[in-house]
Design a protein around this ligand. Structure first.
Ligand SMILES: Cc1cc2nc3c(=O)[nH]c(=O)nc-3n(C[C@H](O)[C@H](O)[C@H](O)COP(=O)(O)OP(=O)(O)OC[C@H]3O[C@@H](n4cnc5c(N)ncnc54)[C@H](O)[C@@H]3O)c2cc1C
Length: 543
């Protein structure tokens, strides 16, 4: 109180002493009054806190002194002992603990009550309805194989049951073409079964990045079962072997639990072939010494091979010649996949790995790209091709154009080039790693289908379709081919002949002797001239 400079200047030292004495005289009575009141209305400091007048009175008095001193209202009788700070803390902690335990218990009890009131027993686990035909398919077809007319999950839920009697759409392949079709189709109109030997959809554009570790391999794959179950479809992990067009059966095979390959038929009303393509060997010898880049497994193998070569090259026992060979990376094929991979590989070797491997390795790494044509990316715009060539030349990626690989040996590549006199000379390139990405050709299944359709399928690279993507030569127009395995035939004359062949088949006549009137011609042609979905995303969904 006397610390205020204004008051201090007004009072003399004597006055100050008098004031202090008065204040001290008044203090016990104020304290006693406060304690008396407190003893009537409360039992501890917590309660006092809620009553401001009491708290204020105690604050004005010497609270610290009070908390340690037993207070006597009448001589010899202790009425209130205010707790020490430690006790106070323990008291509060116990109170909070009690509250927390009560709230948590209430929560747990509520949860169990809710759970008990909402629980529904799923009887489907106990009593699964399944047709006998799904487990014991009857035999039939030209090869007398089991025919999977009913599938195991046909009656799994009400939606599946509803689709059971819809037209059977069988899709072969789980790649870009098939998944795009599923996404755009009116799925409720069909009983859909997808067949593929791989049970994931692969995001191929990022595959080259995954080989060098820029991306995790698993981030490129989406389980096909998830995609198919979203549309209440069915998935069978198997390989299509052939089609019995006359009986509308697809022959599929899969390796059973005993390791043996078993074959069976799957009936269809409509069949879509989207089996993609395979690497084109171009009749070159020794491709088993190469790596390929088509799926996740290929990417994994490439990654291991690159790292193994670098480790082997870093050994003190590796000769200089062997080190150079191990560090010679060759890409055969100057198309988009080859070029993209060469660029990713260059980045990996020059930017990422050099910090972990001896500097000598960096100096001896070489990347080569062999291209049979005059330029890389020759199917793209000239500017794109030139940009890629300039970039590779700056980065010291050797591009060998007009070069044809003759043979791939375990330690070198033999290729031919034309010299300035136009003569073919054979050259050798030592290699420790070779990627073969020279283009695509038909899968065995596509070849089989083409063979079954005989003269109707003349293209050796892909299955030919009409402009509605219907497989040419397949009777009844209920088989389609999409994606890499197919090509739209643009030969008008051949289209016309194929149309007349189909017409004759429908009428049960011999196409060579069939006569057709103009009116008949118009009538037969009209359904084929309906607008077609040229772009799935922008047109009506196909039926
Ligand atoms: C490394 C790489 C990068 C690429 N980058 C690009 C790009 O950036 N842009 C681009 O437009 N294209 C790119 N492509 C090409 C693109 O991936 C293909 O054009 C596309 O995958 C073709 O789709 P698809 O459905 O016809 O065949 P795919 O996607 O190859 O799918 C074929 C499916 O059929 C299945 N299958 C195979 N045989 C059978 C059988 N007998 N029975 C049943 N199923 C079978 C396969 O398992 C697979 O699921 C790239 C390709 C590769 C390899």
């Amino acid at each position: 109180m006397l610390r205020s400079p204004r008051i201090a200047s007004l009072v003399s030292p004597n006055n100050a002493a008098i004031l202090r004495a008065r204040a001290l005289r008044q203090l016990p009575s104020a304290r006693e009054r406060a304690i008396q009141y407190a003893s009537q209305v409360s039992r501890g400091p917590h309660t006092l806190r809620k009553r401001p007048q009491v708290a204020g009175a105690l604050r004005n008095s010497n609270w610290r002194h009070l908390s340690h001193t037993p207070i006597l209202l009448s001589p010899g009788k202790q009425v209130l002992k205010i707790r020490s700070r430690t006790l106070n803390f323990v008291y509060r902690a116990a109170a909070w603990l009690g509250i927390s335990v009560t709230v948590a218990s209430a929560g747990i009890i509520s949860f169990f009550l809710y759970d008990a009131s909402t629980y529904r027993e799923d009887l489907s686990h106990r009593d699964i309805q399944i047709s006998d035909l799904a487990l014991n398919p009857k035999l039939g077809g030209p090869k007398n194989l089991p025919i999977a007319e009913v599938l195991m999950d046909d009656e799994d839920d009400a939606d599946m049951e509803r689709q059971q009697n819809k037209p059977r759409l069988v899709i072969l392949g789980g790649g870009w073409g098939s998944v795009a079709l599923i996404k755009e189709l009116r799925v409720e109109d069909y009983h859909i079964t997808l067949i593929s030997p791989t049970n994931y959809f692969l995001f191929t554009p990022m595959l080259p990045s995954a080989t060098v570790g820029t991306l995790e391999l698993r981030s490129l794959a989406e389980p096909i079962r998830r995609i198919v179950s979203d549309i209440k479809g069915h998935f069978i992990k198997a390989r299509a072997e052939g089609v019995e067009f006359s009986e509308k059966l697809v022959e599929v095979s899969q390796v059973g639990a005993d390791g043996k390959r078993t074959h069976f038929y799957l009936p269809y009303d409509k069949l879509v072939i989207g089996v993609g393509s395979t690497t084109n060997p171009y009749g070159v010898k020794g491709l088993d010494n190469c790596n390929f880049l088509k799926d996740l497994d290929d990417a994994r193998k490439i990654k291991h091979k690159i790292l193994n070569n670098l480790e082997a090259a870093s050994l003190p026992t590796t000769s200089e010649e062997e080190r150079k060979r191990l560090l010679s990376f060759v890409v055969c094929g100057g198309g988009p996949t080859g070029v993209e991979f060469a660029a990713e590989l260059f980045d990996l070797l020059n930017e990422d790995l050099t910090q972990y491997f001896p500097r000598l390795i960096r100096n001896e790494v070489s990347v080569h790209l062999i291209q049979s044509r005059g330029h890389i990316l020759n199917t793209y715009d000239e500017a794109v091709s030139k940009y890629a060539e300039d970039r590779f030349s700056r980065d010291q990626v050797q591009v060998l154009t007009n070069s044809r690989v003759k043979e791939v040996r375990p330690d070198k590549i033999l290729f031919t080039q034309q010299d300035e006199n136009g003569e073919t000379i054979t050259k050798e390139l030592p290699m420790g790693f070779c990627l073969w990405s020279t283009g695509v050709s038909q899968t065995d299944f596509s070849k089989n289908v083409a063979q079954t359709l005989g003269d109707n399928q003349k293209n050796k690279r892909a299955l030919e379709t009409d402009s509605h993507l219907r497989l040419i030569g397949a009777p009844l127009g209920d088989v389609y081919a999409i994606g890499d395995c197919s090509t739209v035939q643009n030969n008008v004359a051949e289209n016309l002949v194929s149309f007349l062949n189909n017409l004759a088949y429908e009428k049960g006549k011999d196409p060579k002797t069939m006569h057709i009137e103009f009116d008949e011609w118009i009538k037969a042609w009209t359904p084929h001239s309906a607008p077609i979905p040229t772009s799935l995303g922008t047109s009506e969904a196909p039926r």
